[in-house]
Design a protein around this ligand. Structure first.
Ligand code: GAR
Length: 198
């Protein structure tokens, strides 16, 4: 059975979809949910599910990313995960951390990568006039929102869509895609998964 740690910064809806998927014959179980924000709503949702939680606040580290990442690493050494999932974790991780976890760390990003790395992905897809948008699960490397793509889910862009409306429809697909990719990845399958809005 693989052990999975999940990093969050906010409400943790993707984290909940991952936690709730890891039952029965799933090849993994959660061992830790960690947030860089003490008030992240997702921490209570993890605790309700009996999953150990931790907080490593980035603020006391100032701009010292290396020291922050050492503190993250110390929490991971306690929990001993095989796989680390970023789920709305809004801190950039640098090469000294990503190299330790390369091949074992996943992220979900709300765009069809390689389009729209970074922030404001839904507004950028609308501004570009894209007919299709979606989300991507990929392995994390030292380059931001890069790394081998493990799965994508698409949604059509509809007339009159706003960034919020589009984000809400993409989020529904995130909740399908991430658990499906994690299940495959934990079982050793890294082939790309393609989903579309049913
Ligand atoms: C999700 O839409 C996720 O794709 C995005 O943050 C949201 C977190 O929501 N991640 C990023 O933008 C990473 N750069 P959640 O806390 O409800 O899962």
């Amino acid at each position: 059975m693989k052990r999975v740690a999940i990093f969050i910064s906010g409400g943790g809806s993707n984290m909940v979809s991952l936690l709730d998927s890891m039952t029965g014959d799933h090849p993994a179980r959660p061992c830790l949910v960690l947030s860089n924000k003490a008030d992240a709503g997702g921490l209570a949702r993890a605790a309700e599910r009996g999953v150990p939680t931790a907080v490593v606040d980035h603020k006391p580290f100032g701009g010292d990313r290396e020291a922050f990442q050492e503190a993250l690493q110390a929490e991971l050494e306690n929990a001993a995960p095989d796989i680390l999932c970023l789920a709305g974790f809004m801190r950039v991780l640098t090469g000294s951390f990503t190299s330790r976890w390369e091949g074992r760390m996943l992220n979900i990003h709300p765009s069809l990568l390689p389009k729209y790395r970074g922030l404001h992905t839904h507004a950028r897809a609308l501004e570009a006039g894209d007919a299709e948008h979606g989300c991507t699960v990929h392995e994390v490397t030292a380059e931001l929102d890069d790394g081998p793509i493990l799965g994508q889910a698409t949604v059509p862009v509809l007339p009159g869509d706003t960034p919020d409306a589009l984000a809400a429809r993409v989020l529904v697909q995130e909740h399908r895609l991430y658990p499906a990719v994690l299940r495959r990845f934990a079982g050793g399958n890294r082939e790309m998964l393609r989903l579309s809005e049913a």
